[in-house]
Design a protein around this ligand. Structure first.
Ligand code: COA
Length: 700
């Protein structure tokens, strides 16, 4: 017997009902899926069965509820109704999981009597990372399996666990042999045979908790959650599982979910979810990526080492080249030390570290890079040095090998021009530390082939990075916008704000750190050196703040010298008297009488600077789409994720306010300041918001 609801198929084989969800690409739980599941269960209810197996077709069980449905009134049947039908089914129901089992998909599995999973399957509740809380029993049923502390960690972090760990945590009952439908069904049938009666999680008590462990899980969750209201709500809900009747707790959880999913924060995070995926694409690109079997890295300094660690972590073999034996050995030792440290901290097993070490070859001969499919240079930021290296590598590398530069601002077209393989030259701009930071700017030169770009995008994915594609331009997307932001922060200080007032306004908005604290950490000498190089070509009409130059002249390079914009003594950061004197002198030299700024004024100037530069970046075609800029600023520059990125944030602000912000930044910058079409840039996002408002009220 078979029945087909187009996205859910049901058949009965040997007294087992098999319900297959088939909603490509990832079996997101849409209204049609929920309706199909409900009618499949109704269809099977009256039959004489040993049990029911629910599984997903294709690459996943269920990758969560359809995220695009969360912004509108939810259509019936809702997920709790489907789960209630599973619990009320007279037959034991087993979820047979492979691929992704996330969010609503995981909650559905928790509603089943039994769970089996294929090796490598991932299970988790990412709702908190999307600004919400689980809404279909996740916070109530999970603690009944794992205990309160573990459930709190999983719910509040959104961490995904592999099937093997899920078995240890008692989330699943058994592992399947493999992810084929036959293996999944066989494992589910075996589980049903071993436990033929109903075993509803809601009927089980929450295991007694160790109060200390729960307190620690709560403190960790609050710290990681950076004060976001939905994290506090998730903690409250998990605790409720041990305090309230399950009916009441489920009702409270649903109500919290219904409220949070329609808050600005959840819309912002959904915007980013889709923007992050769009950023991995270049419109019109059809070429397949080339295989990358070995990666070469030239330069074993901080950046080269970080890139090396990132590539090793992705499972690829690396050849790291340095200019002499001493530098080569120093780089190898530093990488070895960082692997040892990771093992000591329990972040890496000794076996995994040994495997990474075995995949690393170091050399002081560029010729040893001949068998690499991709070579990334991370040498000194100097055009002549890079051109000489590119010319040499071009002679050594095999035809078709991709040659990438990690430059953060130099003209890559110029570098490509010295090679005979301009089509294979790209920029891969990593952010430091390169194995930790998610952002990877892929820089598209005028001559880069589709194949080279497709390979770069696939490489980013392999490394687990968030790519954003940029055209060649000074600072590409991220550093260019950040530089405009930093410049305006300096204007503010010159006009009367203190560095701390500026930083506080930025962190109050949600930035991880303020611009001056960031400058002090990175080292003010780096930008100083660049300014000196560019002094001859600077537009003399442009406003120039010389405070950072004066700080550097006084040896105040930032944290590493004990002082920059702030003083650093004994691990303590404090406002600097010496810096204040330098700032006052600089103001006096220009005849500026300092004035006071409100935090709101500072914030608007900083954000205005970001928006204007973003508009220029889009007008010039450096960035492909507005969402890419949001993704870059969130992943590379500490912009608060929960605000959805600067453009998403701005699209909610009244037009008059944005216009006022633009006038203020243009006025502060003075002559020579290029103004971008900010309203044009925000137009598609404002339209999206209008659509959201209509859908929210059910009028779309
Ligand atoms: N709802 C709607 N669409 C979803 C989705 C969801 N829950 N999960 C994935 N998709 C879409 C993606 O937008 C993408 O669509 P596109 O090709 O049009 O851009 C497509 O499915 C494939 O996703 P992608 O992330 O590119 O594939 P992947 O193989 O790298 O990863 C997952 C697959 C499931 C691991 C990943 O998509 C994921 O983590 N999804 C989020 C799951 C989630 O948060 N669910 C809980 C919601 S509360």
């Amino acid at each position: 017997m078979t029945q087909d609801h187009s996205v859910v198929h049901v058949q009965v084989r040997d007294r087992v009902g098999i319900v297959t969800i088939d909603n490509p690409p990832v079996n997101a739980g849409s209204t049609a899926v929920r309706a199909g599941l409900l009618s499949s269960l109704e269809h099977l209810a009256g039959r004489d069965l040993a049990g029911i197996v629910i599984l997903g077709a294709g690459r996943s069980f269920i990758a969560g509820s359809d995220i695009s449905e969360f912004g509108a009134p939810l259509a019936a049947p809702e997920l709790p109704q489907v789960i209630a039908a599973i619990e009320d089914s007279p037959h034991p129901v087993c979820a047979a999981i492979h691929g992704a089992c996330l969010g609503g998909g995981f909650e559905l599995a928790l509603g089943c009597d039994l769970r089996v999973a294929a090796p490598g399957a991932v299970l988790g509740l990412p709702e908190v990372t999307l600004g919400m809380v689980p809404g279909a029993g996740g916070t109530q049923r999970l603690p009944r399996l794992t205990g309160l502390a573990e459930a709190m960690e999983l719910v509040c972090s959104g961490r995904r666990v592999k099937a093997e760990e899920a078995l240890r945590l008692k989330i699943i009952d058994a592992l399947a042999e493999s992810a084929t439908p036959e293996a999944l069904i066989a494992a589910a049938e075996a589980a049903i045979t071993a436990a033929p009666a109903k075993r509803r999680l809601r009927d089980r008590p929450v295991p007694p908790a160790d109060a200390g462990a729960v307190e620690k899980a709560e403190a960790d969750a609050l710290k990681r959650g950076k004060g976001r209201p939905n994290v506090a709500e998730a903690i409250r809900l998990v605790k409720l599982s041990a305090e309230e009747s399950v009916e009441e707790a489920l009702r409270i959880e649903r109500a919290a979910f219904q409220t949070l999913r329609l808050q600005e924060e959840a819309f912002a995070l959904r915007h980013l979810f889709f923007a992050e995926r769009a950023a991995t694409r270049i419109d019109g690109l059809t070429d397949d990526p080339a295989d990358i079997a070995r990666v070469g890295i030239v330069g074993g300094g901080t950046m080269g080492q970080g890139i090396c660690r990132a590539v090793l972590a992705a499972g690829l073999p690396v050849t790291l080249a340095e200019r002499n034996a001493e530098a080569r050995d120093a780089a190898a030792e530093a990488i070895g030390r960082s692997l040892d440290a990771a093992v000591a901290k329990g972040r890496l097993t000794a076996d995994a570290a040994a495997d990474r070490t075995a995949r690393l070859t170091t050399t002081d001969h560029l010729d040893d890079l001949a068998d690499c499919d991709l070579v990334i240079e991370a040498v000194f930021e100097d055009m002549a040095v890079k051109k000489e290296l590119f010319a040499a590598l071009d002679r050594i590398l095999k035809p078709g090998a991709i040659l990438a530069t990690n430059t953060s601002y130099l003209d890559i077209d110029e570098m490509a021009s010295v090679t005979g393989r301009a089509a294979d030259v790209v920029g891969l701009h990593f952010f430091s530390p390169a194995d930790i930071m998610k952002l990877l700017e892929i820089v598209r030169t005028d001559s880069a082939s589709d194949r080279a770009l497709a390979t770069s995008l696939a490489f980013a994915r392999r490394l687990g990075k968030q790519p954003v594609v940029s055209r060649v331009a000074e600072g590409f997307i991220g550093n260019r916008i950040y530089a405009a932001y930093r410049r305006h922060a300096e204007y503010l200080v010159e006009e009367g704000a203190t560095p701390m007032e500026v930083d506080n306004a930025a962190t109050a908005f949600g930035f991880a750190m303020g611009p001056f604290a960031v400058g002090d950490v990175s080292g003010l000498d780096i930008a100083w050196a660049m300014r000196k190089r560019q002094a001859g070509t600077r537009d003399p009409r442009m406003r120039y703040v010389d405070v950072p130059d004066r700080l550097c002249e006084a040896g105040r390079f930032g944290r590493k010298t004990g002082g920059g914009y702030y003083d650093y003594e004994g691990g303590k950061t404090s406002p600097s008297e010496a810096a204040a004197v330098i700032i006052e002198k600089a103001r006096a030299a220009k005849g500026i009488s300092p004035r006071r700024f409100t935090a709101a004024e500072i914030r608007d100037r900083l954000l205005g600077a970001i928006l204007n530069e973003a508009a220029l970046v889009l007008d010039e075609g450096v960035a492909q789409r507005p969402g890419d800029i949001d993704v870059a600023l969130v992943h590379g520059y500490g912009f608060p994720r929960w605000r959805g990125g600067p453009l998403w944030w701005a699209s909610a602000e009244p037009r008059a306010r944005i216009d006022g912000m633009m006038q203020a930044v243009a006025g502060a910058a003075g002559p020579g300041y290029g103004t971008g079409n900010v309203n044009g840039m925000l137009a598609p996002l404002r339209t999206e918001r209008d659509e959201i408002e209509k859908r929210k009220s059910g009028h779309a």
